[in-house]
Design a protein around this ligand. Structure first.
Ligand code: URA
Length: 247
C-alpha cells in the first residue's frame, strides 16, 4: 500500500486535524460537522481531480447522519447511483438493504459512502490513480463522521481501510481493530450477484454486524497484526498496488 493510499492520516476519533491535510473541513460552521460535511460536498461537486470527472453524471458524495457511529464504505457508484446521486440505490443496494434488515440496522442511522465518488465507465474497477485522487475526500469525511465502526464492502475498500494486501475472502466476516476503530470487511453486495457462493457468508455476518452496530460490546476482535501487512503506518512504507482481486 503506497503512502498516498494511507487513509488513516488523521482518521482516529481523537486526532486533531493536521494543517497539512489538503481537504480540511471548511472553517465556516466549524462546530457543526453536518454543516461542514454539506460544505465539503458542495465544494466537491465540481471536482476534476481525475478523469472520471469527464464521464460522470454527478459526484456521489454519501448519505447519512454526521457524525455517525457506523460507516459503510463501498467501491464506487454504479449506473443507478451516478444517475440518482446516492450510494447503493441499485441492485447492490437491494442486497445491502437485506443485510441491514437482518442486522437490525436502519439506513437512516448509518453513513454510506464509497472510496471513489464518481462512476468508473462501464462499472470497471477503480484505478489506483482514481483512489488516490479521492482519498482525501474519504479521509475528510471520516474526520467529521468520527465512526467507531467501519464496514468495508469489497476488496478495494477493505484494502484501503485496513492498509492490507490480503485477499477479501480471508478477511470477510472478521472484526479488525485499527486506529481505535472496529473494521468489519464484507464481500461486496454486488459480488454476491455474480458469485452465489458469496451470498451465504455475507448474510452470515449479519449477527456480528448487529452486535457491532447496535453495540453490546466488541466481539472477537482481531488486531490488525493478524493482517498482512501488519499495521497502517508500517504498511504505508510497503508498496502494495491495488490490483485485481475478487471482491
Ligand atoms: N457499488 C458500490 O460500491 N457503491 C455504490 O454506491 C453502488 C454500487
Amino acid at each position: 500500500m503506497s503512502e498516498q493510499l494511507n487513509i488513516f492520516a488523521q482518521t482516529a476519533a481523537d486526532a486533531a486535524p493536521a494543517a497539512s491535510q489538503p481537504e480540511e473541513p471548511p472553517a465556516a460552521a466549524a462546530s457543526d460537522p453536518a454543516a461542514q460535511m454539506a460544505q465539503m460536498e458542495r465544494a466537491a461537486a465540481d471536482c476534476t481531480k481525475c478523469g472520471l470527472a469527464r464521464t460522470r453524471t454527478q459526484v456521489v458524495w454519501g448519505t447519512g447522519p454526521v457524525p455517525a457511529r457506523v460507516v459503510f464504505i463501498g467501491e464506487a457508484p454504479g449506473r443507478r447511483e451516478d444517475a440518482g446521486g446516492e450510494p447503493f440505490i441499485g441492485a447492490a443496494g437491494k442486497i445491502l438493504d437485506e443485510l441491514l434488515e437482518r442486522a437490525h440496522i436502519r439506513r437512516a442511522d448509518i453513513y454510506i459512502t464509497n472510496i471513489v465518488k464518481c462512476r468508473p465507465p462501464e462499472n470497471r474497477d477503480p484505478a489506483d490513480s482514481e483512489i488516490v485522487a479521492c482519498r482525501d475526500y474519504l479521509n475528510a469525511q471520516l474526520r467529521l463522521l468520527r465512526p467507531r465502526v467501519i464496514v468495508t464492502l469489497g476488496a478495494f475498500a477493505t484494502r484501503l481501510i485496513l492498509q492490507t494486501g490480503a485477499g477479501i475472502s480471508g478477511l470477510q466476516g472478521r472484526v479488525f481493530e485499527t486506529h481505535g476503530l472496529q473494521v468489519l470487511p464484507l464481500y461486496h453486495p454486488a459480488a454476491t450477484i455474480y458469485d452465489s457462493n458469496k451470498r451465504d457468508p455475507l448474510f452470515a455476518a449479519a449477527p456480528l454486524l448487529d452486535r457491532l452496530a447496535n453495540g453490546d460490546g466488541a466481539p472477537c476482535t482481531t488486531p490488525t497484526a493478524g493482517v498482512a501487512p501488519a499495521a497502517p503506518t508500517a504498511a504505508a512504507t510497503q508498496p502494495a498496488p491495488v490490483g485485481q482481486e475478487d471482491s
